[in-house]
Design a protein around this ligand. Structure first.
Ligand SMILES: Cc1ncc(COP(=O)(O)O)c(C=O)c1O
Length: 361
């Protein structure tokens, strides 16, 4: 028997292991050694999934809704998604412009694979959620990173974006509120960005994963602007909104031909998202919405608790998150004595077994 010559296909080297997964794996390892660890790796609500949603899943099981569904999701759930988006944001999507995926990450993957050709440029504002760069690289695209300004709360403006648009720009990705910074793109600025992209026929992907978790501003979707449906791509997820991370339901609201392209891809990979989870998701969208406001109120309390404490650490600065449930402290004052960046800062703490010595700032 001879080992395979090239055991792993070349394209896998285009992507790296998710750094959030690495953090969680390390936390698990330390825990198994008896270390008391608070894991800030994966962004996950600690609330249970609301009971009405769980009951819908139980009913689905008892009613034997346990078979294949259409690869792109049930018509019932597509309708529920379109209706909720209309109710929340004033958009007018139809079920043939909707696609159900195995979580929000999956719609971002599908969209990128369906739309980005090798060499196409995709603009990603920094700081960004790690997956964007990997899915663009996997499609053979070129990531164009646009820095934002810490003092301005890490929010993207049209003026920051414009110099980076070229004839090769295929897509701009905006995640507002943002993981990891909690930055929110102001409505007027988002409209200017949409003008820049739509005039050039560039896709504007809006990752609305945290769209219900806003502290100071009104809910808004750029997809509600007249004419937006041609080039705006909504990537949505039920994971955070309804504390349903494990259920794996995400969705896209995009032009019908893109739904068809993504469905083709999905039909040869995952097929349909879990039938039971689709029933639960339909209830999440159509049932009472009180849990969302309750979670937001709790996140606000936590933000108000953690922010002054982070800022009280000598040398640490932290912008106030305007949405989502993250805090994004700047620890660069500690970049000395072998600590070169935030990753080595984090691992330094791990290496010292989270002992309570002062942060070396
Ligand atoms: C910015 C952002 N988009 C999308 C997702 C995808 O979430 P999921 O695949 O769990 O629906 C996440 C998850 O952390 C995220 O932070």
């Amino acid at each position: 028997m001879q080992a395979a010559i090239n055991p792993i296909a070349d394209r896998i080297s285009l992507i790296s292991v998710s750094s959030t997964m690495k953090v969680s794996a390390e936390a698990d390892r330390l825990r198994s050694e008896g270390v008391d660890v608070v894991d800030f790796g994966a962004g996950e609500p600690d609330f249970p999934t609301p009971d009405n949603i769980k009951q819908a899943a139980i009913r689905a099981l008892e009613g034997n809704f346990t078979k294949y569904t259409a690869a792109g999701g049930t018509l019932e759930l597509k309708k529920a998604i379109c209706e909720r988006h209309t109710q929340d944001f004033g958009t007018a999507y139809k079920p043939n412009e909707c696609m159900i995926t195995v979580g929000g990450k999956h719609v971002i993957f599908n969209l990128t694979q369906a739309l980005v050709n090798p060499g196409d440029e995709v603009i990603i504002p920094v700081p960004y959620w790690v997956t964007y760069a990997d899915v663009v690289n996997y499609a053979g695209g070129k990531c164009v990173f646009v820095p934002t300004d810490e003092a301005a709360g890490f929010t993207l403006t049209a003026a920051m974006l414009e110099p980076h648009l070229t004839a090769r720009t295929r897509m701009v990705i905006i995640n507002s509120p943002s993981n990891p910074s909690g930055a929110v793109v102001d409505r007027a600025e988002f409209e200017k960005i949409f003008k820049l992209t739509s005039e050039r026929g560039i896709y504007l992907m809006t990752d609305e994963c945290y769209c219900h978790f806003l502290y100071d501003s009104e809910r808004f979707s750029i997809a509600s602007l007249p004419g937006a449906k041609d080039t705006v791509l909504v990537a949505g997820s039920l994971s955070k909104t309804y504390a349903m991370t494990g259920w794996r339901i995400g969705f896209g609201l995009v032009p019908a031909p893109i739904v068809q392209a993504m469905t083709k891809l999905q039909s040869h990979s995952t097929s349909n998202p879990t039938s039971i989870a689709q029933k639960a998701a339909t209830e999440a969208l159509r049932g009472p919405q009180d849990s969302v406001a309750q979670m937001l109120a709790e996140y606000r309390k936590r933000r108000d608790f953690v922010l002054p404490r982070l800022r009280s650490i000598p040398g640490v600065t932290a912008q106030e998150p305007k949405g989502a449930f993250y805090a994004y402290p700047n620890v660069s004052a500690a970049f000395k004595n072998g600590v070169t960046d935030s990753m080595s800062f984090g691992w330094l703490r791990v290496d010292r077994r989270f002992s309570h010595e002062r942060i070396p700032v």
